[in-house]
Design a protein around this ligand. Structure first.
Ligand code: ADP
Ligand code: MG
Length: 729
């Protein structure tokens, strides 16, 4: 086995960066060239069809069969002209991966004639035999009828299948026979719609020309890259996506030399390659750099409308997986592939834009716009404060559990960072005593709103330890896991803000009906909200233990375990929020809860099994062999009469024995815990047992194994070491 490790190392070290031909054209010439975008539609569709589709995209409207037939025809001829042979509805089932089932555009009849299979009907709706996707009890498998339905708001695109041919991928929703959502996209679209309605209504108090609000998302994706040969020599990486053992290398991230350092050539070639492909697929990837940990990197696109950004992030991760193969690399999207160094997140930068081109979270230099800005800002703060646990639920997963609360990641406590000047502005607002506005007064002046714009202009505060930070003109939710589909978080964030904006509107309407002056009424309400929510604001170091204590004093929750965090989904207040906003019905939420718990159980179960196997078959067996070698040496020394010299060797022998015994009993007891957990017949209790009894065995077993790694001869050690995984590429 050690041979396997050295062979892998030899291969890894001999690899060179692949030459990637830089695109000859300008970005504008190939950007989106693999998407059926509006430019292509304008060229290929009749003006009427083009108008109908564009309208449907903007209003989430229906597309009738005639138009669908025309669009399908255009899509097909566009796709086949670019080498596509198949099409698929591309959707995001609750497994968290993307799914596709390819069908050929044509079929051959018995008499050898080609008949067309892709018409409007096939574009609009498909019935994949998708019975093995998780449904949390929504759909009996014997009645395996789930439908996928075209989402025109996300452009269809061409995927290269690698070995041969291309497939036209049609972004779709996935719903059950009875109309319930079985995917991530359906509730997301509903939440975005709810936010649009609520935010537009609020905008109307400030500017009548605002008729549409579009939430925006720019997800910064972190990931690790390891050599392909080394990856396959680590069964834990292959099966669980993370290393369950591995002693920290002498040099980790303490030098901070990796961050923004020069990118290793092989990784750079990989980046150039996938960015080029991503841009052809219409993804505006913009920045690339090293991250804090050795072997860790980040890719960030320019923000887009949320639904599109979510699709693009899922597609980007898919693409990166595929392109990495060309470079003999493997991408790790797991939240915590390596202990002792930073894990990976996906910072969700979020804001709201209007049809008039205004970013509602951008401070303005005009006092009137400042009031609008503060309205949105404070409503977001209140929404997050009131629903912190629900937001926390969306980032709960087995992988993210290693990150949240670990010392270099945002804690599981939801807090908001606003920065000094903004906090100051809100405090001023709070402390403003009753004011009266007389005829001819400048109401904004009286409210102090003329001062705020200049206050905020050079707001350059940065706080990298806050899970939910205001960063100048957007909020950045940093606690989302790197492997997560952002849809879950975005669904909840947009739903809670929509709900809060609805409350704001009715509070304001109430006051206006009583004859209060609009600006004063708004400020009063914002004051109330601010006072109500301000204990969620925190400007200090979110990674410190003081904050954990302080947050507890403030009564903020700190839900560390995933099963407990997920439980918030099905609390009565959450169920009614989802229902009120039209995002999900009870059955849909409950099925999601069930699926997330099952995913959690399976992940911990796999890790636990991998750990047991590796510990016994790789580590203990190697340690015993090494023990034999040592025993022989000791015996030889004694035979030569060198009893004293044999003593230190015997001490090592004793240490190895003790550790081997500890590992063996740890693994046995972990297997017992697994059995007990597996015998429980309800999902939540099973998940709880996995989160506690089973998982509690991980650290003690790992401790012993990592100690053995330091004792056993490097020549014999079978598992690729951290220093090799992180530094060889
Ligand atoms: P950093 O957080 O590293 O300072 P940037 O300012 O470059 O980064 O932005 C990070 C991400 O935030 C990018 O993906 C960017 O597109 C996104 N972003 C910027 N403005 C908005 C916005 N209005 N809505 C959503 N995302 C945004
Ligand atoms: Mg950022």
């Amino acid at each position: 086995m050690a041979n396997f490790r050295f062979k892998a190392l030899e291969i890894a070290q001999s690899r060179q960066a692949q030459l990637v031909a830089a695109p000859a054209e300008r970005v504008a010439d190939f950007f989106g060239s693999n998407t059926f975008n509006s430019e292509v539609m304008r060229a290929l569709l009749s003006p009427e069809a083009y108008l109908k589709v564009t309208e449907a995209i903007q209003t989430n409207g229906q597309i009738d069969r005639g138009i669908a037939d025309e669009v399908a025809g255009a899509m097909k001829s566009w796709a086949t002209s670019k080498g596509a042979t198949h099409y698929t509805h591309w959707f995001q089932p609750l497994t968290g991966e993307t799914a596709e089932k390819h069908d050929a555009f044509f079929d051959i009849t018995i008499d050898g004639k080609a008949i067309e299979k892709f018409k409007g009907g096939a574009l609009v709706q498909q019935e994949p035999d998708a019975s093995s996707f998780p449904n949390g009890g929504l759909r009996n498998t014997f009645e395996a009828r789930g439908y996928t339905g075209w989402d025109p708001s996300s452009p269809a695109f061409l995927m290269d299948n690698g070995a041969g041919g291309k497939t036209l991928c049609i972004p779709s929703v996935f719903i059950s026979y009875t109309g319930e959502a079985l995917d991530y996209k359906t509730p997301l679209l509903k939440a975005l719609n709810a936010l649009d309605k609520a935010a537009t209504a609020v905008c109307q108090y400030f500017d009548r020309s605002i008729t549409k609000v579009t939430p925006t998302l720019g997800p910064e994706q972190e990931y690790f890259v390891v050599d392909r040969a080394l990856f396959y020599a680590r069964p834990d990486l292959v099966l669980a996506g993370r290393t369950v053992f591995g002693h920290s290398p002498a040099r980790g991230q303490q030098l901070d030399d990796h961050y923004f350092g020069s990118i290793p050539p092989r990784v750079n070639a990989f980046m150039v390659d996938f960015e080029f492909e991503a841009m052809k697929l219409g993804m505006p990837v913009r920045t690339r750099h090293n991250e804090v940990a050795p072997g860790q990197f980040e890719v960030a696109p320019t923000f887009e409308e949320v639904n599109l950004a979510v699709d693009h992030n899922a597609l980007l991760r898919d693409l990166m997986d595929k392109i990495a193969e060309r470079h003999n690399l493997k991408v790790l999207f797991h939240e915590k592939p390596f202990a002792g160094i930073n894990g990976s997140g996906k910072h969700n930068n979020w804001s709201m834009g209007t049809n008039t081109g205004v970013n509602l979270l951008a401070p303005s230099s005009k006092p009137k716009e400042t009031l609008r800005f503060l309205s949105f800002l404070v409503n977001v703060v209140k929404a997050v404060y009131d629903n912190a646990d629900l937001l926390r639920a969306t980032i709960a997963s087995a992988g993210n559990e290693y990150r949240l609360g670990a010392n270099e990641a945002p804690p599981a406590i939801m807090s908001i960072f606003l920065g000094e000047s903004l906090t100051q502005a809100l405090n001023d607002l709070e402390n403003k005593s009753e004011i009266t506005v007389n005829k001819g007064d400048n109401v904004y002046y009286k409210l102090g709103l003329t001062r705020i714009p200049s206050l905020m202009r050079d707001n350059t505060d940065r706080n990298r330890t806050s899970p939910f930070a205001f960063t100048g003109n957007k909020f950045e939710f940093r606690a989302v896991g790197s492997s997560a589909n952002s849809a879950s978080t975005m669904t909840v964030l947009n739903a809670i803000v929509a709900d809060q904006l609805n409350n704001f509107k009715s509070d304001l309407d109430g006051r206006l009906a009583r004859g209060e002056k609009k600006e004063l009424a708004i400020v009063d309400i914002l004051k109330e909200y601010y006072v109500h929510s301000k204990r969620i604001l925190f400007e200090g170091n979110g990674y410190s233990s003081e904050w954990v204590e302080e947050a507890e004093k403030r009564g903020l929750s700190n839900i560390k375990s995933s099963p407990e965090a997920l439980g918030v989904f099905v609390k009565p207040e959450s169920l009614s929020l989802f229902e009120r906003t039209g995002v999900m019905n009870h059955a849909e939420v409950e099925s999601r809860y069930e699926i997330e718990l099952e995913k959690y159980i399976k992940n911990v179960q796999i890790e636990s099994r991998v750990m047991g196997d590796l510990a016994m078959n790789h580590v203990v067996s190697t340690a015993l062999k090494y023990q034999n070698k040592l025993a022989e040496t000791a015996r030889n020394l004694v035979e030569l009469g060198m009893t004293d010299e044999a003593e230190p060797i015997k001490a090592i022998l004793r240490e190895i024995s003790a550790r081997v015994i500890a590992i063996k009993s740890g693994v046995e007891s972990m297997i017992e815990s697994r059995k007990r957990a597996n015998n429980v017949d309800n999902t939540i209790d099973m998940a709880r047992l996995y989160a506690t009894e089973v998982k509690d065995h991980f650290d003690p077993i790992r401790y012993e194994v990592d100690k053995l790694e330091q004792i056993v001869d490097d020549e014999d050690w079978p598992l690729v070491k951290y220093r090799e995984l992180l530094f060889v590429k």
